[in-house]
Design a protein around this ligand. Sequence first.
Ligand code: ADP
Ligand code: MG
Length: 346
Amino acid sequence: PRAHPTIRVRPLTCTETRRGDQRVVHSLGDGAVHVSAARHDATFGFSAVFDAGASQEAVFEGSGMRRLVELAIDGFSCTVFAFGQTGSGKTYTLMGPLAQSDTQSASPALLGLMQRSFTCLLEQSRSRGSDLALSASYLEIYNEQIRDLLSPGPPCALPLRWSKTRGFYVENQLSVEFDSLEAIVSLLLQGSQRRRTSAHALNRHSSRSHALLTIHIRSRAHHPSLWVLQAGACPSKQGSLCFVDLAGSERVKETGSSGELSVEANSINRSLLALGHCISLLAKPRGKRTHIPYRDSKLTRLLARSLGGSGITLMVACISPSSRCLSETLSTLHYASRARRVTSRP
Ligand code: ADP
Ligand code: MG
């Protein structure tokens, strides 16, 4: 299977409408997106395109997300990642609108891919007689440092290691077991809150870190003749489902970003560049493929398994339809087009 790039175009926001921004992105159906502005006229093809009117449910059902959940249960490493410039709808797509207040939760219709996947996973788990053991880990990469979003206390950097059997892994990462929707949603909210407050004060709503929530799924096969098998030969499968909310992809404007902000922006750019680089190398035909530089960033190291080896990846490229975002939109679409050609061998 390939990496499956899906495009989501968000509606114009009130501010954009009020100031008279033009809509320059249109879906033509059949996976085609058309971008037309004064000096640009381009059409891109993808496996699925969701236009401004598409509901959260339509995105879940039409993106192949349900299938991805099933594959994770079957033991595959599955990853969905949302990318695009700040404000393009990444977090909205994954989690729905941010809770306005602690007491008021979002309407069920607006829940994102994550909550919908959790529901689907728990339903499957229940229908299989609870032979799935579920646990979650949640971390962010901020300025090339990995922080655990689930462990209490001030964030501290965790080391990233490599071993022959496990590949790249984060040492001492907390993994919390759960068996209900409430439990996993509350882990998600706790972690996201930690992420936001740890981000820079000036960017409360734009995430300056990459966040990775991973669900580990271990299935204990209840085979009638299991007792005959030796210990260690127990046929258990272990899959994972990882949700990646990437930091904004916009280029750093030289003006106005200095000190801490420019360090932030540089590490975001570096890791997104490294990711783009790995993706375009993976897109080459297998015979012509050279060494894939996963080691160039923490992000690519953590995603190595899902991108290259045995993983299945769903990419959701989020774009704004506004004329003011034209150049970022074109760059996101080019980035997503490169990923289209990536194949993996799960
Ligand atoms: P990002 O995570 O890419 O920075 P957000 O997900 O925070 O962007 O979205 C920016 C704003 O646009 C938020 O106010 C969000 O509620 C709104 N928004 C994004 N996508 C949609 C959508 N599909 N429908 C309605 N509002 C959206
Ligand atoms: Mg966001």
